[in-house]
Design a protein around this ligand. Structure first.
Ligand code: SF4
Length: 475
């Protein structure tokens, strides 16, 4: 053990909730009171962490005298060749201090449990379109955590409103140049913003502008709600973005609503003309951005093109897909992969098709209603002998206008697939499961696969990429 001294762990380990300037609403920290510092979950053998005697289960409490509250502190403080650590060992309830050292280019060799260690910052907003307020009553608790943590915006790309940041946190983020950040903008007009996200809305713009002035790059997002922040309000927001080149991409996603609320009954999903009007409104901004900045900047979610019954734009207009995981360009990327398979890998497709025919297997490619036409393009690669067909699952669990693949629930999947699945291969998109292998209605992947196997299905689960899907079918 490379530690030099040991103290008994102080027992008063209640979380410290930061104090804020008067203009900033407080937020809740979801930290567990017994959990100080960062929990070590793995250590690479013969790494600097291993050499020092750090083991899984220990907690790193501080680095260079700074409390280890998140991975930003870790990355910032351990950027050099050595750092002073305080480590808690739960086996004998002691805290030891030591200096960890490494060679240039060497990794520290320690992995922590998560990215923030002092509790997720939760939001202080009351967004009228908040999906958390539209969940069925029986939804599991973890689904309704309203995280709004600027640190996760930088570390993981989560969208945040910035409304809960204190001046000290803003200064710290600027001092460390946490860039880029993903920010929910929604509207620029103060009245409209207040209507959309509540009384803390002004703080979000104040912080956003400080970030922009400091040179922090912003990826912004708008949830477009018909009759609220569209039309002239949207125009004003687009003009604001146009005047702020530090906002390098803007994603506009349509309002989604479930049947478990009363405020919304309609959105772009049942308004072809309304969706086309949004596509049209964006065009001059996109053209100007391409002419002056060499990139499109203003992007619409795939759903808008589906709702507008228009083809999704070509890949080169997506600027390298900076907001892919926000549903911007996923359909284009899928269609282009299908095209690549058609042009360059038809021998592989035919081989898989032949294999399926020999097995006398039919293939059911599961997807959400919004993506069915796109997934059909993959199925069309196969000759009719192979029987590869999509099945769009209607989302009854959430209801409303929820129709995307990522929100398919186990109850709908199991209710809508045929009872008799003998000789069927069911290809399930991996995105319906979370990191823990749970669907949104709380069923395990194992349960889903077992239930379908009991009906005779051969179940395969993979990411929604035509290459991966083809590989999966050929195995
Ligand atoms: S910031 Fe996010 S979590 Fe908070 S109310 Fe708005 S949509 Fe919901």
């Amino acid at each position: 053990m490379g530690f030099e001294e040991a103290d008994t762990m102080p027992q008063s380990s209640l979380p410290t909730v930061p104090q804020y300037a008067a203009s900033v609403a407080n937020y809740c920290a979801s930290r567990h009171p017994d959990a100080e510092g960062a929990l070590v979950i793995s250590v690479v053998p013969e790494s600097p962490a291993d050499d020092l005697g750090i083991e899984p289960g220990m907690r790193v409490l501080s680095v260079n005298g700074h409390e280890l509250t998140d991975m930003i502190v870790w990355l910032w403080e351990t950027d050099d060749l050595e750092a002073d650590l305080e480590v808690f060992d739960p086996r004998d309830n002691t805290v030891a201090r030591a200096t960890i050292e490494r060679f240039p280019g060497e990794e520290w060799g320690v992995e922590f449990d998560g990215a923030v260690f002092d509790g997720m910052r939760t939001c202080v907003n009351a967004c009228i379109f908040c999906f958390m307020n539209m969940l069925p009553k029986e939804s599991r608790d973890s689904l309704s955590i309203r995280d709004d943590d600027y640190r996760l915006s930088f570390l993981q790309g989560n969208f945040v409103t910035l409304t809960n940041m204190s001046d000290a946190e803003v200064d710290d983020a600027i001092g460390k140049m946490l860039s880029p950040m993903n920010v929910s903008l929604h509207a620029i007009n103060p009245e409209c913003r207040r209507k959309l996200i509540g009384r803390n809305a002004p703080r979000g713009i104040e912080v956003l502008e400080r970030f922009l002035d400091a040179g922090i790059e912003i990826h912004a997002q708008i949830v477009l709600c018909p009759g609220i922040n569209d039309g002239d309000e949207l125009l004003a927001t687009l003009e604001y973005v146009e005047q702020h080149p530090g906002i390098t991409s803007l994603a506009i996603v349509p309002l989604g609503f479930t049947k478990h609320q009363k405020r919304f009954t309609t959105s772009y999903s049942d308004d072809v003309e309304g969706s086309r009007a949004v596509v049209k409104l964006l065009e001059p901004f996109q053209e100007r951005a391409r002419a002056t900045r060499g990139c499109t900047v203003f992007q619409l979610a795939d759903e808008f093109y589906v709702d507008a019954e228009l083809d999704v734009p070509p890949a080169e207009t997506y600027d390298g897909f900076p907001q892919f995981y926000d549903g911007i360009g996923m359909l284009r990327s899928f269609l282009d992969e299908v095209e690549e398979l058609r042009c360059s890998h038809m021998d592989d497709v035919e081989r898989v098709g032949e294999y399926l025919s020999q097995r006398d297997a039919s293939v059911i490619v599961v997807c959400g209603e919004a993506a069915q036409r796109t997934f059909d393009a993959f199925c069309a690669l196969f000759s009719s002998n192979a029987q590869v067909l999509t099945q769009a699952i209607k989302n009854e669990y959430f209801g409303g206008n929820v129709n995307v693949t990522g929100l398919i629930c186990a109850c709908d999947l199991l209710a809508q697939l045929p009872e008799d699945l003998s000789s069927a291969i069911v290809l399930i998109p991996e995105v319906i499961y979370n990191y823990d292998g749970l669907t949104l209605d709380g069923e395990t992947r194992e349960f889903v696969e077992r239930s379908l196997a009991a009906r005779g299905a051969c179940v395969k689960t993979c990411v929604s990429s035509p290459y991966k899907m083809l590989d999966e079918l050929g195995e």
